[in-house]
Write a protein that binds this ligand. Structure first.
Ligand code: CMP
Length: 145
């Protein structure tokens, strides 16, 4: 389907909420650092406790986030995951499992760190998503206590 040419990939990146509003230069930088990977439903994309080696963004499909075998969130097209281990250097906080055949944009850890340094708007957007996830988790915790 997809994005083997960099201009096509940049056009597509513009439509991803995480990358919307970034400059052409930033999108070009991001396009250079990404690979596209496909996986089948049921594939474990990150494993809780493992070393984090990449950042992943769902191009098409959905995935379940599980902690200690229990579902804690669902991720869909446009959502990203795998950022936590790359930011804090700790093991994967959760497993992420494909719920459908899935297409992913993958950024290797060193490239991810370079992009965070080179593209402040990306850093801000990822921080905002982390805040949203923490607020949701706090609400869920308060509801269950
Ligand atoms: P990381 O810890 O590197 O690997 C597992 C990923 O699951 C984690 O990064 C986040 O991207 C994602 N994740 C963990 N907890 C949640 C949550 N509550 N909501 C959405 N995504 C999560």
């Amino acid at each position: 389907m997809f994005l083997s040419r960099r201009p096509d990939r940049i056009d597509w990146l513009k439509k991803v909420p995480l990358f919307s509003g970034l400059s052409g230069r930033d999108l070009d930088l991001i396009a250079r650092q990404t690979d596209v990977v496909k996986a089948d439903a049921g594939k474990v994309l990150t494993r809780q406790g493992a070393l984090g080696e990449e950042f992943l963004l769902i191009v098409d499909g959905s995935a379940r986030v599980e902690r200690d075998g229990k579902p804690i969130a669902r991720l869909e097209t446009g959502d990203f995951f795998g950022e936590m281990s790359l930011i804090d250097g700790n093991p994967r906080s959760a497993s992420v499992i494909a719920e459908s055949p899935i297409t992913l944009l993958v950024v290797e850890s060193r490239s991810f760190r370079c992009l965070l340094d080179a593209v402040p708007a990306l850093r801000r957007k990822i921080s905002v998503t982390l805040c949203e996830r923490l607020r949701k988790a706090d609400t869920a915790l308060a509801t269950h206590n």
